[in-house]
Design a protein around this ligand. Structure first.
Ligand code: S3P
Length: 177
């Protein structure tokens, strides 16, 4: 399937880049966190608080399975923990081209300050805490992705152009092989 899947750490810009990218490539956008919140009628924080992380992870897997069954092709922004499960990594690869939006811990700190919507990262998390969690996940993000895009810069158009070009090149390469 031809979904363009945006992965990466909390605060790397998956949702905002996803929104702009979906206009640019004229595909609809699906944000797995928002989809889960809609279906559950409660926020991600409430799901973590009331039913725990494993329950939320099950919902994430179900969300990917439904997308596969539906067979649509869209821009899909996934929660930062989605690639952590092996099953999810397999589902993501079946869904389409996986892009890792790579940002530095400093960028994450700047973007997530005063944001209390992430149950796994307090709003006053230090640079060391962010670096530690990112360090634990980095290899998974890298190895799951077909394409890695550096997304530290603030210039959105430049990031969007980089993504579009890389996806086109990747698709052309796949056709040749
Ligand atoms: C999580 C990231 C969040 C959300 C949940 C868990 C994670 O999504 O799915 O809070 O484990 O990294 P964002 O990456 O969109 O913040």
């Amino acid at each position: 399937m031809n979904n363009i899947i945006l992965t990466g750490f909390m605060g790397c810009g998956k949702s905002s880049i996803g929104k702009k990218l979906s206009y640019k490539v004229q595909m609809t956008l699906l944000d797995t966190d928002k989809q889960i919140e809609k279906e559950q009628g409660r926020s991600v924080s409430e799901i973590f608080e009331q039913d725990g992380e494993e329950f939320f992870r099950d919902l994430e897997t179900e969300c990917l399975q439904k997308l596969l069954e539906e067979g649509t092709s869209q821009v899909v922004a996934v929660g930062g923990g989605m690639p952590l499960r092996e099953e999810n990594r397999r589902l993501l690869h079946r869904l389409g081209t996986v892009i890792y939006l790579k940002v530095s811990p400093e960028t994450i700190l700047e973007r997530l300050q005063n944001d209390n919507t992430r149950p796994l990262l307090r709003e006053d998390a230090s640079l060391a805490e962010i670096s530690h969690l990112l360090g634990q996940r980095e290899a998974v993000y890298e190895s799951t992705a077909h394409i890695v895009i550096s997304a530290d810069e603030k210039e959105m158009d430049s990031i969007l152009n980089k993504i579009k070009e890389a996806v086109e090149q990747y698709a052309a390469g796949n056709k040749r092989t």
